[in-house]
Design a protein around this ligand. Structure first.
Ligand SMILES: C[S@@+](CC[C@H](N)C(=O)[O-])C[C@H]1O[C@@H](n2cnc3c(N)ncnc32)[C@H](O)[C@@H]1O
Length: 286
């Protein structure tokens, strides 16, 4: 951006904030990053995860990134992902490839206590109108139909370093489907950003525990992999307006510790402490 544009933008925003009040101005005129930080976006978990993916992609010199929603149901989340992809692409220049996974027929049959049979049953959340959803998507995302256990392998094999996986939403409710979904993180390291932002939908209700459901699948993934670890996202709330918000507890990151970028020192000039803080802020790494 040219310096006079930056100045003009700053003057405009200062006047706007004074006239409308900061929150109303941000909600009306702020960019997505600003709105996410002020807590005035519809699905902040997706906005946050996808901005993270774009920022991390940029930091590592990638122009495209892949994002995926496991569990599409009627498509509200996937349509939101598509809108966000278009917005974030405009604001950051990073392109998105968007994928959704679903049986199309709702939850498969549950197998034992890990699938939380006290809450769900097979057939829950069946897609209402597949054709209508495909019309709304209009080619802007791919839906992979079928049981994730059967489809995730080909998806993982097709991931490339050109558009590494950067954000994963797991909204399949049950343990068995989450176990299958997490297989998308088992490919070669260059198929991923060095840390992949993740959202888990079903980890905060009263019956949730580390021995069942999505949490059990995370626990087992971490035990099975020495150099791939799913941890809670430790960067939240950061400088966000709200020091606590329900969605913070759903955000995780898969650390790809065997990624090349995590083995060698990055090429750059040495930085004193203040400049390092600025460097981290400028790259949106906090
Ligand atoms: C709660 S709904 C998803 C809601 C959706 N993300 C939204 O934002 O509206 C859960 C979905 O996961 C899908 N699902 C669960 N297990 C699956 C599996 N093994 N393979 C494919 N889809 C599965 C179900 O079909 C169901 O549509």
């Amino acid at each position: 951006m040219q310096p006079h544009n930056t100045l003009l933008t700053r003057i405009r925003s200062r006047i706007g904030k004074r006239l409308l009040g900061e929150e109303r101005w941000v909600a009306k005129s702020g960019d997505l990053r600003m709105r996410e930080r002020h807590g005035v976006v519809a699905r902040p978990n997706y906005a946050y995860g996808m901005l993270r993916a774009a920022d991390v992609a940029k930091y590592f010199g990638k122009q495209s990134v892949t994002v995926v929603e496991f569990g599409v149901a009627s498509g509200h989340g996937l349509l939101n992902m598509i809108e966000l992809a278009e917005l974030i692409e405009g604001e950051t220049g990073v392109e998105f490839r968007v994928f959704g996974f679903d049986t199309g027929a709702g939850l498969p049959e549950l197998i034992g206590y890990r699938d939380h049979p006290e809450l769900w049953r097979g057939g829950d959340f069946a897609m209402e109108d597949r054709d209508a959803l495909m019309r709304k998507i209009a080619g802007r995302a791919d839906i992979v139909w079928g049981d994730i256990a059967d489809t995730v392998g080909a998806f993982t094999d097709a991931l490339t370093a050109d558009a590494p996986l950067g954000f994963v939403s797991v909204d399949v409710d049950i343990y068995t489907a989450t176990k299958s979904a997490l297989r998308c993180l088992k490919g070669p390291s260059q198929a991923y950003l060095p840390a992949v932002s993740m959202y888990f939908d079903d980890v905060t209700f009263f019956f949730a525990n580390r021995w069942a459901g999505e949490l059990a699948a995370i626990e087992e993934f971490n035990m099975e992999h020495d150099l791939r670890k799913i941890d809670v996202d430790r960067s939240l709330p950061g400088s966000r307006r709200a020091s606590s918000a329900p969605w913070y507890r759903h955000m995780y990151a898969c650390h790809v510790l065997d990624h090349d970028a995590r083995q060698r020192v990055r090429q750059r000039a040495e930085l004193p402490i203040g400049a390092h803080h600025q460097f981290m802020s400028n790259q949106f790494l906090y």
